[in-house]
Design a protein around this ligand. Structure first.
Ligand SMILES: O=P(O)(O)OC[C@H]1O[C@H](O[C@H]2O[C@H](CO)[C@@H](O)[C@H](O)[C@H]2O)[C@H](O)[C@@H](O)[C@@H]1O
Length: 279
C-alpha cells in the first residue's frame, strides 16, 4: 500500500498538530534504500531523500538509526543531481546501532572494541573450516562486510541463502561469545557487533535529549523491533511504520502502519511533508 494521502492514525495527527515537537526516525537499508545483493551498492531512494529534506525544515528532528557506520549512511545517501541525506536540515545519524553519532558533518564514536579485531582475525579460518572461502561483497557466495566496529557475514549471494544462514548461526554465536561480541541477526545477515547498545536505547535517548512530544519510526528488519519498543516505552503519541518485505514479518505484526518497502516509505514521508506544508 502506498499513501497519496496520510492515513488516519492518532500518532500522525499528533505530528501534524505540533510538528516542531516531532522526531522522525528512520532505518536505512530496506527502509530508505532498497535491498540489493551487494551491500556496497545500496543507495537511498531519491524520493525519500527529497521528502526528508523537506521534512527536516518542518519537524523537530530527523534521525537515522542504522546498523551501518554513520559515514556510510551519509555516503550512500547521496543522490546524483539532487538533494541527498546530508542536505536534510539538522539531520542526526546514529550509526552502528547507536554507537556512532554524525551531526553537522562531524562524527563521534568510541574506539572499536577489542572483540572486533579478534573476530576479524578468526572469522576467515572459521568460515574456511565450514567450507566457505571469504569473499568480499562484489562476489557470489558468503560475503563479509567489515564495518570497523562490527563484522557482518552475508548469505544473500550464497547458493542457498537461508540454509547458509542456518548453518552459520551456531558457529558465529560461539565466536561472538568467545570474543565478547553479540550476534545481531538481520535480512540474510548475521552481524558480530559490540554489546551495550541497540536501536531502542539509541532512539529512546534521542527522544529524551530533544524533549520530543511525538515520534514516528520506520524500519524493516529485526534490529528495528527495539526502536518500535522505544516508541511504545516513550509514552509519546507515536507511529511505528513497517517497510514490508517477504523476508521479515515480525515488524508488520507490531507496526501501526505497513507500507510497501522503501517506495512506500518515500510516499509516506512525501505525504507527511505535504500535509505539514499545508498546515
Ligand atoms: O539498520 P540498517 O540500516 O537496516 O542496516 C542493517 C544492515 O543492512 C545492510 O544489510 C542489508 O542490506 C544489504 C543491502 O541492501 C543487503 O545486501 C543485505 O542482505 C541486508 O542484510 C548492511 O550491509 C549491514 O551492515 C547492516 O547492518
Amino acid at each position: 500500500m502506498t499513501h497519496d494521502v496520510l492515513p488516519d492514525i492518532a500518532g500522525l495527527a499528533a505530528i501534524k498538530a505540533d510538528p516542531q515537537g516531532a522526531v522522525i526516525g528512520l532505518d536505512f537499508d530496506g527502509t530508505l534504500a532498497p535491498i540489493v545483493p551487494d551491500p556496497a551498492d545500496a543507495r537511498v531512494d531519491p524520493h525519500a531523500a527529497a521528502a526528508l529534506v523537506r521534512l527536516g525544515g518542518l519537524v523537530g528532528a530527523v534521525v537515522l538509526v542504522t546498523g551501518r557506520p554513520a559515514a556510510t549512511a551519509i555516503a550512500y545517501g547521496e543522490v546524483p543531481g539532487g538533494p541527498g541525506l546530508a542536505d536534510v536540515p539538522g539531520l542526526v545519524v546514529l550509526g552502528q546501532y547507536g554507537l556512532e553519532r554524525w551531526e553537522d558533518g562531524t562524527l563521534s564514536a568510541p574506539p572499536p572494541p577489542p572483540g572486533a579485531d579478534r573476530v576479524r582475525a578468526e572469522l576467515p579460518g572459521l568460515l574456511a573450516s565450514l567450507g566457505h572461502p571469504v569473499r568480499d561483497g562484489s562476489e557470489a557466495g558468503i560475503t563479509v562486510e567489515d564495518k570497523g566496529r562490527a563484522i557482518a557475514v552475508h548469505t544473500r549471494r550464497a547458493a542457498d541463502p537461508e540454509g547458509s544462514l542456518r548453518a552459520l548461526r551456531d558457529p558465529l554465536a560461539k565466536l561472538a561469545a568467545e570474543t565478547g561480541m553479540l550476534v545481531e541477526p538481520g535480512r540474510l545477515v548475521l552481524e558480530l557487533r559490540p554489546a551495550g547498545m541497540d536501536k531502542g536505547h539509541a532512539l529512546g535517548a534521542f527522544l529524551a535529549e530533544r524533549g520530543a512530544r511525538s515520534v514516528l519510526f520506520a524500519g524493516d528488519d529485526l534490529g528495528d523491533l527495539a526502536a518500535f519498543e522505544a516508541v511504545r516505552l516513550s509514552g509519546l503519541p507515536g507511529v511505528t511504520v513497517c517497510s514490508a518485505s517477504a523476508e521479515v514479518t515480525a515488524l508488520a505484526e507490531r507496526a501501526d502502519l505497513v507500507v510497501e518497502g522503501p517506495a512506500g516509505v518515500a510516499a509516506l514521508l512525501s505525504a507527511l511533508s505535504d500535509a505539514l506544508t499545508r498546515h
